[in-house]
Ligand binder design. Sequence first.
Ligand code: OFO
Length: 173
Amino acid sequence: MLGKKMLDELNKQMNKEMYSAYLYMSMSAYSEYIGLNGFANWFMVQYKEEMEHAMRIYNYVNDQGGQVKLMAIEEPPAVFESPLDMFEKTLTHEQFITKSINDLVDVALGEKDHATNIFLQWFVTEQIEEESNDNDIISQLKLIGDNGNGLLMLDKEVGTRVFVPQITGDSQA
Ligand code: OFO
């Protein structure tokens, strides 16, 4: 069973994950618009992963007998300066999400809610990978600089990223 504060914070986190999905969908659309289809693929995979993150929380709240509450999703930016700009904004956003997950863990520990603490550990680990992936691509984009060939090579590489569903149910979005 979830305490009221824990439930409220989980519902808010679900909304943040939905915003993450929306943000990366927007970056995917922009990448496609400027002809970088590999980056468009990378961000679309990210969008799908974020939808799964939201669904993990949705399923957990339901499993715990809590009431899922859907809130309005903020409008993401539609235009970006460059691939580097998109990945720097992605990293900044993921750092915000990491802090938010850490705050959720603090609430779970404060309420002695061990089940939710265990549930959240998956997200704690996932955030390490998210930030690491973003940092890697930012480093590569900085090395590439204004080199068009380098950018096209990286576009090709990130175009191979594949979405691997991790949870069952209607998570494919
Ligand atoms: Fe859900 O990990 Fe990104 O936001």
